[in-house]
Design a protein around this ligand. Structure first.
Ligand code: PEP
Length: 250
């Protein structure tokens, strides 16, 4: 049995002062879990989060990184800059970045490659919109995101990647995929990875569910065969809710 990987995506929330309070509350609440706990915080909170979580079981991630090591890319952050801070993980290709910031499968792949080269563990997000699901194109979209977004990523590299299956219609909407819907979609994603990398690699790959997951619905989702963890947005901003997700699976 795999343990679960629970990652919080704080998005554009929390000042440094608020970060101190939230992490201070969170540390004792998640101290006894066997699951992996990650908080992905805004760039400005990274140094504080790394410092405050030293010696705890909480790992720190960023929410994006660029594909180049340095240069004229105003507003961007290089993977090595994150590594220098002590950051271990980075969210790549979140649907909000795909929707609002022009992220494509190609840029997702470029950022994933750069993150891996720098020694970061990418949490790569995929997922269909409601229109894509309702028009019967869900599998086509997920397949494309996997085939194009992981082109050239080796099986060895994939061992350091977490995939987050996040149906766009469930993100920040309060509408959660049912346990079965989430499990079935993740099983499909895993089958596509198996076609590319073989069964063993695909079974070892961690695939999280994300989309309005919280302390109330986490136990059911995390009990499903193919769901290896969660990427948590809104509920990760409240220590009791996020720890409720972390502790929902023993
Ligand atoms: C997310 O930001 O990845 C997410 C799943 O958000 P929420 O939990 O708020 O739906």
């Amino acid at each position: 049995m795999k343990n679960k990987i629970i990652a919080g995506n704080w998005k554009m929330n929390k000042t440094i002062a608020e970060t101190k309070t939230l992490i201070g509350s969170l540390i004792p609440l998640v101290a006894d879990t066997n699951n992996t706990v990650i908080i992905c915080v805004p760039f400005t909170d990274l140094a504080t989060a790394v410092e405050l979580t030293k010696g705890t079981n909480i790992h720190v991630g960023a929410q994006n990184c660029h594909w180049k090591e340095s240069g004229a890319f105003t507003g961007e952050i290089a993977p090595s800059m994150l590594v220098e801070l002590g950051v271990e993980y980075v969210v790549i290709g979140h649907s909000e970045r795909r929707t609002y910031f022009g992220e494509t499968d190609a840029t997702v792949l470029a950022r994933t490659n750069a993150a891996l080269s720098a020694g970061l563990k990418p949490i790569v997000c995929i997922g269909e919109t409601l229109a894509e699901r309702e028009s019967g194109n869900m599998e086509k979209v997920l397949r494309r995101q996997i085939v194009e977004g992981f082109k050239g990523i080796t099986a060895e590299q994939l061992a350091n990647v977490i995939v987050a299956y996040e149906p766009v219609w469930a993100i920040g909407t309060g509408v959660t995929a049912t346990d079965e819907q989430a499990n079935d979609s993740i099983a499909f994603c895993r089958s596509v990875f198996a076609e590319i990398y073989g069964e063993e690699v695909a079974n070892a790959l961690y695939i999280q569910y994300g989309g309005s997951m919280n302390d109330k619905n986490a136990a059911g989702l995390l009990a499903m065969e193919h769901i290896d963890g969660g990427l948590i947005g809104g509920a990760s901003l409240v220590a009791e809710k996020f720890s409720g997700v972390v502790n929902a699976h023993k």
